[in-house]
Design a protein around this ligand. Structure first.
Ligand code: FEO
Length: 397
């Protein structure tokens, strides 16, 4: 389906309702996604980004509904990742004389993804403009939001920002605009996207938003490359990004645990009692049955991270390993932590978890608790003590 967003600017993307994982299997996408592409019908017809290759036919058909593709003169490649550039070869076969506009980083990555291509490339820097007739395209480089080649394109006159991945969500919807969808769902997907993709680049996000605001561009719409488009109060997602990039977490705790015979689960619940005694809210997440990206989103949002595992083979349970590995890579800020777990004989899990939290630069604010076989009443009281101490540290922050 094609939709005219404002006069002369068309959404020609594709909604991928069936997408359940992205980046291979790195990121879960429970609500599908969309690959947004925009066609600007001006004196010089311009296409901004394309779609993932499996949807090429549908995409080309969408473009044809608006214009003969041979009339396209500029193809803006804001980012080379294949979910946006995948249909580039097909579209360029139909408009071989078009100029592909890229950032400096894109001048390296686009030809490297599409080896053998001989497209005419134009490299743009921040502040560069291209006149397309009644309006201009203004470019803002956005390196590491989230790849070195990432770039924003702004359409003057219509006052539309097309920031590619930034401000997007993996969220398939029947309607295109933010005022037409469930706001809670929208923000769940927007923060999950930020936490799992952009959080490691929070400093760059803050810097780029400040740079963007300093340009004093009027912005009527923000059209990201995934999910719904920000038409109603588009500044709201910019404000949300500023807040998320500051990484000031909620004053609550996540108790993330795995368990074999419920000993560690019982300990987790006792820690929860301790948090409650301090008036601090918490969620108990069972690692073995939780989605890794959903867990990471919760860890991103929350101040206290308390991790528990029984000892197995001198370590912690394998379900925790991918989450902990990502937690290290994400570099979430302003967290505090503690560890706990049951054991039968060697009992290394708590020490290993504490060492890992320290590697993640998450300070330990309470001595870990180990319980042999099933926890005793003393062990459980010790767990409540962990909950109280973490809760007090959360409140004191
Ligand atoms: Fe949506 Fe970085 O690609």
């Amino acid at each position: 389906m094609v939709q005219e967003l404002v006069k002369g600017v068309y959404w020609v993307g594709v909604v991928d309702w069936g997408l359940k994982h992205f980046h291979g299997f790195e990121l879960s996408t429970h609500r599908g996604s969309s690959y947004n592409s925009y066609l600007i019908m001006d004196e010089h017809v311009t296409l901004v980004d394309t779609v993932w290759a499996p949807f090429t036919d549908q995409f080309v058909e969408n473009v044809r509904k608006v214009v003969d593709p041979s009339k396209i003169e500029y193809v803006i490649a804001n980012h080379s990742e294949p979910d946006h550039s995948g249909a580039l070869p097909a579209i360029m076969r139909l408009c071989p004389n078009a100029t592909v506009v890229v950032s400096k980083g894109g001048a390296e990555s686009i030809p490297s993804y599409y080896r053998g291509s001989s497209w005419k490339l134009k490299v743009v820097r921040t502040g560069d403009r291209i006149n397309i007739g009644s309006s201009e395209l203004l470019f803002v480089e956005a390196p590491m939001l989230h790849w070195p080649d990432s770039m924003f394109t702004y359409l003057t006159g219509k006052n539309i920002l097309m920031p590619n991945d930034a401000f997007g969500q993996h969220y398939a919807t029947a309607s295109r605009f933010n005022d037409e969808v469930d706001t809670d769902e929208l923000y769940q997907e927007a923060i999950k996207y930020f936490a799992n993709i952009l959080a490691p680049f929070s400093t760059a996000v803050t810097r780029k938003i400040d740079e963007l605001l300093a340009l004093n561009l009027p912005i009527n719409m923000i059209l990201p490359s995934h999910g719904v488009l920000w038409r109603k109060d588009p500044a709201q997602i910019v404000k949300a990004y500023k807040k998320w990039a500051e990484q000031v977490p909620e004053k609550a705790a996540i108790i993330l645990y795995d368990t074999m015979w419920n000993a560690t689960r019982t300990m987790a619940e006792a820690i929860g009692e301790g948090l409650s005694a301090e008036g601090v809210g918490y969620k108990l997440l069972y690692a073995a049955l939780s989605d890794r990206n959903d867990v990471l989103t919760e860890l991103f949002k929350t101040k206290g991270i308390i991790i528990g595992s029984p000892t197995i083979n001198k370590g912690y349970m394998p379900s925790l390993a991918p989450i902990l590995e990502e937690l290290k890579g994400m570099g979430f800020k302003n967290k505090i932590g503690a560890a706990f777990g049951s054991y039968g004989w060697s009992g290394e899990s708590v020490k290993n978890l504490e060492e890992h939290l320290t590697r993640c630069k998450i300070p330990l604010v309470s001595a870990g608790v180990k319980a042999k076989w099933q926890p005793t009443q003393e062990d459980l009281e010790n767990c409540r003590r962990v909950g109280r101490e973490v809760g007090a540290a959360i409140k004191a922050d």
